[in-house]
Design a protein around this ligand. Structure first.
Ligand SMILES: Cc1cc2nc3c(=O)[nH]c(=O)nc-3n(C[C@H](O)[C@H](O)[C@H](O)COP(=O)(O)OP(=O)(O)OC[C@H]3O[C@@H](n4cnc5c(N)ncnc54)[C@H](O)[C@@H]3O)c2cc1C
Length: 145
């Protein structure tokens, strides 16, 4: 099975005043900073950063300030006054999508009476919800055959 992983970091801010994202969209992608994706739902603004391995050892409050600067640039909020927030670090969020790791993904059929499913199996897709769901359907179909 794959044995090298990458991290994903999420920051969730509770906004004190209403904001809109560029184009009044519910989500936007950013380039040139640390934050990658911004999601706005009412007063909750969430940020997702993939392959965030380099950020895992940084202090949560330090990250709250750092990421907020990108949020502020996209929303016009004060970059020096980050909203209260929570940082969620997933150190082993996805396996590394390399050819070497891909070759370690097991086939769903281990033996006549043992089936595997999950994003880490050989789904033909990266470590995604879609891959996990497809492999679950495939395993269920094998069981019922
Ligand atoms: C932070 C983050 C962001 C992501 N963003 C996206 C995204 O935007 N789009 C996307 O497509 N994918 C995304 N993914 C990947 C996606 O979440 C996974 O590909 C998907 O959830 C994998 O599904 P799964 O069923 O294989 O495994 P999981 O969702 O990990 O489910 C495995 C389940 O098994 C349980 N379990 C583990 N061990 C045991 C045990 N011994 N006994 C009983 N239960 C056990 C676990 O608690 C868990 O509930 C993200 C992942 C993370 C971590």
């Amino acid at each position: 099975m794959p044995d090298r992983c990458h991290a994903i970091l999420n920051a969730h801010y509770r906004l004190e005043s209403p904001v809109t994202l560029p184009g009044s969209l519910p989500l936007v992608g950013l380039i040139g900073g640390v934050a990658e994706w911004l999601f706005l739902r009412d007063d909750l603004l969430s940020v997702t950063i993939s392959a965030a391995d380099a950020l895992m050892d940084r202090d949560a409050d330090d990250l709250r300030h750092l990421i907020w600067r990108d949020v502020a640039a996209a929303t016009g909020l004060d970059p020096d006054r980050p909203a209260p927030g929570r940082i969620v670090k997933e150190k082993r969020a996805t396996f590394a999508a390399t050819p070497e790791q891909g070759r370690k993904r097991p086939r769903p059929t281990l033996s006549a009476n043992l089936l595997l499913a999950g994003d880490w199996t050989d789904t033909g897709l990266p470590a995604t919800i879609e891959g996990a769901v497809q492999s679950g359907h495939r395993a269920a179909a094998m069981v019922t055959q």
